[in-house]
Design a protein around this ligand. Sequence first.
Ligand SMILES: [Zn+2]
Length: 266
Amino acid sequence: MTRPVRVAEIDWTEYDRRVREERPVVILPVGSLEQHGPHLPMNCDAVIPTALSERVAARTGDLVAPTLCYGYKSQPKSGGGNHFTGTTSLDGETLIRMVRDIVSEFARHGVRRMAVVDGHYENNMFLVEGIDLALRGLRRDGIDDMRIAKIPYWEYVTQETMDAAWPEGFPGWPLEHAGLMETSVMLHLHPHLVDMSKAPDHPPADFPLYDIYPTDTSRVPWTGALSPSVAATAEKGERFVADYVDGMTDALIEIFGSRRQDIAAE
Ligand SMILES: [Zn+2]
């Protein structure tokens, strides 16, 4: 059986039927338009959670909403900073309102289960606020049974995959910006968008514990990548993706009682 998992590719009558009869989880991937070094495209934070969400939805019979492709302002210690050409960001208030409005609209359709899958570190609390304001508004409208999960995909990785990817030690997720994991995953998902001849091999960025505003970008490597990625391979990317899809699928089953259906996605 093959059927679409993307909300935007379903006609409204079939969408209405699926919402009413199947009570799917609607997964909302959120990313950014942000530089990811000289070797990766600027859409990494959007296309990675999108691909993972679609693979999860194909397994569980759930749906994926169109991805939010802009995110909160890049920070030096997690995304290189907002000063790079190409990095195109939203004010926090804008992101909060987009999430609030989208959640409220899905609730109006009858959706009562959602999962927000974030691909961009800096979005975190703005997504929480958008979710919280939506739920507060829905409660005032008499809708009190909406449940929303927020899923940080990168945490769903096994120790074996971590050890194989970083035999010399893991640099930490913030410094992984445009590093080995994202580069490997992109080599697996979208190899035509990666140019490994430009992959940085400089050491990981070295930041103080504090932050300064206006932001201090003097310790940000010129490449925009915060850790080296020359050891990235498509094989490592495949292992990461398999872990992430397994972990996210298990999370939806645990939270919402989604069932493993293994429907082939279109
Ligand atoms: Zn990224």
